[in-house]
Design a protein around this ligand. Structure first.
Ligand SMILES: NC(=O)c1ccc[n+]([C@@H]2O[C@H](COP(=O)([O-])OP(=O)(O)OC[C@H]3O[C@@H](n4cnc5c(N)ncnc54)[C@H](O)[C@@H]3O)[C@@H](O)[C@H]2O)c1
Length: 169
């Protein structure tokens, strides 16, 4: 929303599967708010409902809209849920994330911003956490997928020079 408010022109493409892990009506409300803000700013907003694990669709979106900057907040969130539902995390956080990286690479995206998680600090005893701390001790699958994102993004940065920012939450 803040990004939209600051954008007085341009085109924002939103992509979400609108899954029901959290309240879908809240997601619909937020989408409507994004649309309203875009309209009042004269920015263009397009929403695409889809799964990031659908490589064909992700490629289509990147090719059609020629994105300059990609902000990836989409992931299967939740720490405990990953104990019983590992497949969902692999699909969204690993396959989906690699699909984004590949699409960034092939479409010469200038910048990728994505979100990691404080869960990557896992069994570390030192508090408060610092981004300089080692993150080699994940204790839950969700954390392992988030740490994997950091490693994968690092490789894509080195190999293909996609500047990335990983914001820890
Ligand atoms: N909320 C927190 O405390 C917290 C903490 C650390 C990191 N994060 C990270 O921040 C980001 C946002 O988290 P959130 O808490 O707002 O979660 P959220 O579930 O509200 O937002 C994630 C969105 O991603 C979408 N999504 C999930 N899998 C998808 C897929 N395969 N394809 C397309 N869309 C998909 C969901 O429908 C949802 O709208 C996530 O990357 C999460 O891992 C959140």
């Amino acid at each position: 929303m803040r990004l939209l408010r600051e954008l007085s022109s341009g085109h924002i493409i939103s992509f979400d599967s609108m899954n029901d892990y959290y309240d879908v009506s809240l997601k619909e409300y937020r989408l409507a708010e994004i649309e309203k803000t875009a309209k009042s700013n004269k920015a263009k907003q397009t929403f695409i409902k889809g799964n990031l694990a659908d490589k064909e669709l992700v490629d289509e979106v990147f090719t059609e809209y020629r994105l300059d900057i990609v902000v990836n907040l989409a992931a299967q969130a939740g720490v405990r849920y990953s104990i019983e539902h590992p497949d969902v995390y692999i699909e969204s956080n690993i396959i989906g994330f690699v699909n984004i990286l590949e699409a960034c690479r092939h479409n010469l995206v200038e910048h990728l911003v994505y979100v990691s998680s404080s869960s990557v600090y896992g069994g570390n005893r030192k508090v408060p956490f610092s981004t300089d701390d080692k993150v080699d001790n994940p204790v839950i699958l969700y954390a392992a997928t988030k740490k994997s994102n950091e490693l994968l993004a690092h490789v894509y940065l080195k190999l293909y020079n996609i500047p990335k920012v990983c914001r820890m939450v």
